[in-house]
Design a protein around this ligand. Structure first.
Ligand SMILES: [Zn+2]
Length: 164
């Protein structure tokens, strides 16, 4: 990818974070670069047009000083920075893409959200994450819906054949 394009994506993504405090940590864990590269030009326009902002949180509770105007009906993608940083970068990004999918396909539930991630080449990463969660947190995750999600993701796979 062209250096200019990376810089443009970097600046645009930064503008979609309501606070910059998490960016450094995401970058140190390889998540930031994976995220800015996962989205196409039209995805960036989608973020801008729908006023979608990323709002990092640090579990169990944290505060964020917001340096943006957040108009009514904006969408916030709220995520636990530490939980994401425990994961391989692509798995972390798959989770964020899934959340964007809820905004892109509001009437399609989990399957529409998963499809958004798979269309960007992250089906396998989402499957890995779901399977890990089902194994490690069965009480919360070993439910019919999640098993169906894994099945559906395996069926549709990645839209991008260059994804390893
Ligand atoms: Zn969901």
């Amino acid at each position: 990818m062209e250096e200019d394009e990376i810089k443009m994506k970097y600046e645009r993504m930064k503008s979609y974070f309501i606070t910059e405090q998490a960016i450094q940590k995401l970058a140190a864990n390889g998540i930031w670069r994976e995220l800015i590269n996962a989205l196409s030009e039209s995805d960036y326009n989608f973020l801008g047009q729908n006023v979608i902002k990323f709002c990092p949180l640090y579990s169990p509770a944290s505060h964020a000083k917001i340096n943006h105007q957040i108009p009514a009906h904006s969408h916030l993608v709220i995520f636990d920075v530490n939980a994401l940083c425990k994961r391989p970068p692509r798995q972390a990004v798959a989770i964020l893409l899934h959340e964007l999918g809820h905004i892109a396909h509001p009437s399609e539930g989990e399957f529409g959200a998963d499809r958004f991630a798979s269309e960007r080449g992250f089906a396998l990463d989402l499957i890995s994450d779901l399977e890990e969660q089902i194994r490690e947190n069965p009480k919360e995750f070993n439910v019919p819906l999640n098993l169906k999600r894994v099945e559906a993701l395996k069926k549709i796979g990645d839209a991008d054949p260059s994804n390893p």
